[in-house]
Design a protein around this ligand. Sequence first.
Ligand code: PGA
Length: 245
Amino acid sequence: MRRTLVIGNWKMNGSKEANANLVSAIVAEAGSVTDTDMALCPSFVYLSDIAKAVEGTNVSVGSQDVSVHLEGAYTGEVSASMLLDCSCKYAIVGHSERRQYHGESNLLVAQKALTAYKSGLTAVICLGETLSERESGQVEAIIGEQLQAVQSVMGADAIAKSVIAYEPVWAIGTGLTATPEQAQEVHQFIRSRLSVNAEKVSILYGGSVKSANAAELFAQKDIDGALVGGASLNAKEFIGIAAAG
Ligand code: PGA
């Protein structure tokens, strides 16, 4: 049985004050959520603050990215060991905004996932197609290619210990959610491509998830939770999504 996992991706939002308010409102309600694992991914600079605020609760912390390099002269990068030092459990890799605005290739994403895994973080590996790719019938080809890159670099055993997030690019921040059936179809496809412990791997859905649509998404056989952007900036919404698990 896969436990539901709901991860909040705060992206480049927040401030010390806003984060303190948000995390305390989440923590105040988190105890009532018993069937879902939860994690918050603030900007790197606030990781320690948030880690401290969730200490001793059922909420974990993760990063939005990780360097492929282990240490050294890589200005601006943040290593996996630094993330562990800040109490991170998860590291999101290959978010579509990193792929799109920072030119991250399938290979780099796969290498980051491997670095995260080898360092002891749980990689949350994002996959997703654009609207034009969907409209031209390439969903499985694109997702298959993104996944294949991760499989070749990481190997099946390491993927089995990671989390996958299917995030159709056209559904991110747009208010357009994939229908539960559309999402399930891709989740099932992804699971069918996993060769080790396929039934145990958590495959999250991301793209305009809200408390109002979470339950029907989570009711799908292969949807094991959500990677939540906009709605994770609202404590009531985030807890509402987690409570739907
Ligand atoms: P959204 O973002 O929930 O705002 O659509 C999801 C994500 O980018 O992870």
